[in-house]
Design a protein. Structure first.
Length: 209
């Protein structure tokens, strides 16, 4: 499937064929799409919990506003940002240098990066960075799902603490970025409203035409 077609035809799917399981190979293809996504500093902070168990899905729905499609979807992917990935920054940087992706980085710069890493740990910027990297991986999965004939729904509404407790996610060092419901779709919604191009695109300066 062409990317343009996938982008144009993708919809949030809220009705799934709950008795049609998602094949393991398709799930692995989604994971591969996520794995290959870009991330800041190549930290790859995303971690994914695959949930198929009906009872677990029911409990997740309970802490996610009782959205019915959470139970109906054959698979839920719980997408988490591991804040500890930041600690790998010097190593990731060295890997990028060795892979030829960056010019040789002098040791003094690496030292600076290590120092700033410690200062950054636990800040708002750090948390937002981990979560936004997860969103990129999710977007890749959503488009890959289109090619596999699978429907998806992002779920951003959930109780962070209750969900973490439910799935034994480390309370302090990991944030749940989003849930992604995946399955064969049982509805074919029309395109949802979008803003006009001129409302979102400016030339040269804010508001520029
Ligand atoms: C970050 C994010 C969080 C979302 N959370 C929810 C959610 O909790 N429940 C839901 O029904 N849809 C959720 N959606 C889906 C949006 O409502 C949907 O993308 C939007 O209405 C546009 O529709 P479309 O995806 O079909 O184009 C979420 C989408 C995104 C990107």
């Amino acid at each position: 499937m062409e990317i343009k077609k996938a982008i144009e035809e993708r919809r949030t799917i809220r009705k799934f064929k709950h008795d049609e399981p998602v094949p393991d190979e398709s799930l692995l293809e989604l994971m591969e799409a996520a794995r290959l996504a870009p991330s800041g500093g190549n930290l790859q902070p995303w971690r994914f919990i695959i949930v198929r168990d009906q009872e677990t899905k029911r409990k997740i729905a309970e802490v996610s506003g009782d959205q019915p499609f959470i139970i109906e979807a054959p698979v839920l992917i719980v997408c988490c940002g591991d804040l500890r990935a930041l600690r790998d920054r010097p190593k990731a940087m060295r890997e990028l240098v060795n892979a030829g992706a960056l010019e040789r980085v002098p040791q003094s710069i690496l030292d600076e990066i290590i120092a700033s890493t410690e200062q950054m740990y636990g800040t708002d910027l750090h948390t937002r960075g981990a979560i936004s990297n997860c969103y990129i991986a999710i977007a890749f999965m959503v488009l890959q799902a289109m090619e596999l004939g699978l429907g998806t729904a992002w779920i951003g509404y959930f109780d962070q603490d209750k969900l973490k407790a439910l799935l034994e996610i480390p309370p302090d060092d990991v944030m749940v970025a989003s849930l992604l419901a995946v399955g064969y779709q049982n509805e074919h919604p029309r395109q949802r409203p979008r803003k006009k191009l001129e409302e979102i695109m400016f030339m040269e300066r804010w508001g520029g035409k």
